[in-house]
Design a binder for this molecule. Sequence first.
Ligand SMILES: Cc1cc2nc3c(=O)[nH]c(=O)nc-3n(C[C@H](O)[C@H](O)[C@H](O)COP(=O)(O)O)c2cc1C
Length: 171
Amino acid sequence: MNAIIIVHSLTGTTRKFADRIAGKMKEDGYSVSLTQIETDVPITSGSTRSCAKFSITNLPDITKYDLVLLGGPVWGFSASPVIIACINALGDLQGKKVLPFVTMGFPFKFMGGKPAIGLMSRNAAEKNATILPGFIVSKLFHDIKNDMDKAAVLISSLLKPTQWQNKNSIT
Ligand SMILES: Cc1cc2nc3c(=O)[nH]c(=O)nc-3n(C[C@H](O)[C@H](O)[C@H](O)COP(=O)(O)O)c2cc1C
C-alpha cells in the first residue's frame, strides 16, 4: 500500500507525531511519503470559523497514493483551518482511505480533538474517501511522547486491510 502523510503543524508537535507514524509504518514495510503543508502567508491563529486568507503553496499530488493520513493541530476547539483547506483542495478522494490525526493542548478530547477528527472525516467523506478511525493525542497531563508512540503502533497495525474493515473509531 502506497501511503502519504500530509500534516499541518505550527509549532512542531503534530509534525513529530507524523514523523513517529511514518517511522513505525516504514518499520512495518509500508512505503510512506510525508508533506508538511506550507502557506503563502504565515497562519498562526484563527479557526475554521474565522481565519485570514491564505493559499497552500505545496499541495502534494496524491494520485499514486491509496492511503492518505491527514494531521493537524486542534485550533479553536476544532480542526486547523489549514488542514481543512488542504482536504478541500485535494480533489476527489474516491478509492482512497483517509486516516485523520490531531494533537491538542487541552487534556480532554471533547475540547477540540473529537470535533476536529469529526470535521476532517466529514470533509474527506464528502470527497468520497473511505474514512478510517481518527487518533488524538493531548499535551496537558499526558505523556505525549509515549501516547504518540502507542498511537503510531496502533495506526500502523490498523492500516493492514484486514484490520480496518470492521473496526469502530478508537479516538
Ligand atoms: C490558534 C491556536 C488555537 C488552539 N486551540 C486549541 C483548542 O481549542 N484546544 C486545544 O486543546 N488546543 C488548542 N491549541 C493548542 C494546539 O492544538 C496544540 O498545542 C497542538 O499540539 C499544536 O500543534 P503543532 O505544534 O503541530 O502546531 C491551539 C493552538 C493555537 C496556536
